[in-house]
Design a protein around this ligand. Structure first.
Ligand code: UQ1
Length: 444
């Protein structure tokens, strides 16, 4: 069956690559061909694959998805787990079940990219060649970037958690709810992470919980059993000045201590060590720690010919086409796009990439452009959300601001329901199927 597919889809220009592979690989390796190969079955991979399929221009097995994962996670929900608002089991689904039967699914890791010869290898040595390649494997969360963190997370008795992991997002809930007194420390690393607002979202949800439990008094924090510190490697609360100003105001109002340009590098027992930009080390004692490790491109992307100097897939920031290999595309966390990495960003990126790839396959130049749109629905406690939405350059681009003339820097209950109820629903029911375009609404 597979080899018949391979024959049917083999394009003349693929033949040299197949031969090359046959010489260089184990004798039992298999070569297959697809019009489009999508590396990654996350938010970007599923959106793009299904949008391409819905274009009606592809038949069964002409598009393939490569991903080693068993589960597909709705990661934007993990902060809500920490806040006790969702169960983590409800936020994951078997990946295979989300992939349309007309798409070929390789439940494997990618080994290597060969963009000069239009093929990728899988971890089992098989070779998959393509006419168009979409590289959307996401981001690597590097737990070992903080010395002592993997051990502290795994230790049931250590009050250390992170929402950046399916395994430990519920440890955040448990440690927050069991906490009665002492120093609560929430960290954010220097450098790029997924959803830059999430490290403080979990803090504000904890703040609400402790305040309601009578353990934290915003107007007199020093008399409260619990003290809260936000220690960030960055110089401000958020990368966009408009929203940062509001979040800084909240931080001060609520008596939360701010340690800026403090980058967590190690944990030893109840001591956290930070490095300042000049290299100076600072230590802090904690009784509860929510830690966010550093993140970066996967090694198989970083070490490939597709990567820029920082290890991201080197694409044009407007067309999403690779700068050197014009049949390679990228979006989402793995792409070199200078904007915040969120699922909301993918709602805007996917249709642009799909439209440009389809044009390109007809021999036309890309026409559609991505403006950097991204969003961060920031839970700030009290069942309210500040809905940050912005584009390249940190310029606000507020959907409801434009529609109703409201200021989205003001936390609102309606935005909280968007974040908690509407986005997970629309994601599961439409976005993964390729029919949700974010602020543009439903597509096709
Ligand atoms: C969105 O579409 C989406 O995905 C379903 C999110 O969830 C992760 C978001 O956070 C946002 C902001 C959007 C954008 C949609 C609108 C209506 C603003």
């Amino acid at each position: 069956m597979a080899s018949r597919t391979a024959k049917r889809l083999v394009a003349p220009q693929m033949v040299p690559a197949v031969r090359h592979f046959a010489i260089a690989s184990p004798v039992n390796a298999i070569a297959r061909n697809h019009k489009v190969v999508v590396v990654g079955g996350g938010s970007a991979g599923l959106s793009v694959s299904h949008q391409l399929l819905r274009s009606g221009k592809f038949t069964k097995d002409e598009i393939a998805i490569v991903d080693p994962a068993e589960w597909h996670h709705y990661q934007p929900g993990w902060t809500l787990v920490a806040g006790g608002l969702k169960k983590k089991e409800d936020l994951r689904r078997p990946l295979a079940g989300l992939i349309d039967p007309k798409l070929k699914f390789y439940n494997h890791k990618v080994g290597t990219f060969h963009p000069e010869e239009n093929f990728v290898t899988l971890d089992n040595g098989d070779m998959i060649s393509y006419e168009q390649l979409v590289v959307v494997p996401g981001f690597h969360v590097d737990f070992s970037s903080v010395k002592g963190l993997p051990e502290a997370l795994a230790d049931k008795n250590a009050p250390v958690s992170t929402i950046y992991s399916y395994n430990y997002c519920d440890k955040a809930t448990n440690t927050i709810q069991a906490f009665r007194k002492g120093n609560a420390l929430f960290t954010q690393p220097a450098g790029v992470i997924k959803c830059a607002g999430a490290p403080q979202k979990v803090m504000w949800l904890a703040w609400e919980h402790w305040r309601r439990a009578g353990l934290y008094n915003s107007s007199n924090p020093s008399s409260s059993p619990i003290r809260i510190t936000f220690a960030t490697g960055l110089p401000t609360m958020f990368g966009v000045p408009k929203y940062s100003a509001k979040l800084e105001e909240l931080r001060k109002e609520r008596g939360v201590e701010g340690l800026f340009q403090h980058d967590l590098v190690s944990i030893d027992g109840n001591t956290a060590t930070f490095v300042r930009p000049e290299g100076e080390k600072v230590t802090r004692k904690f009784d509860l720690l929510h830690a966010v490790p550093k993140m970066g491109p996967h090694a198989f992307v970083k070490n490939s010919a597709l990567a820029d100097q920082a290890g991201y897939v080197d694409v044009d920031q407007e067309t999403l086409r690779h700068k050197k290999y014009h049949n390679v595309w990228s979006l989402g966390d793995a792409a070199s796009l200078p904007t915040s990495k969120t699922a909301a960003a993918i709602t805007a990126q996917a249709p642009v990439m799909v439209s440009n790839m389809l044009r390109s396959m007809e021999g036309k130049e890309p026409e559609s452009t991505y403006d950097g749109y991204t969003s961060c629905p920031l839970t700030v406690g009290d069942s309210k959300v500040l809905l940050a939405e912005f584009k390249y350059g940190g310029v606000p681009k507020e959907t409801f601001g434009e529609m109703f003339g409201i200021d989205q820097a003001t936390p609102r209950r309606a935005f909280y329901h968007l974040k908690k109820d509407f986005f997970p629903w629309v994601y599961n029911k439409y976005m993964v199927k390729g029919t949700w375009g974010g602020p543009k609404g439903w597509i096709r």
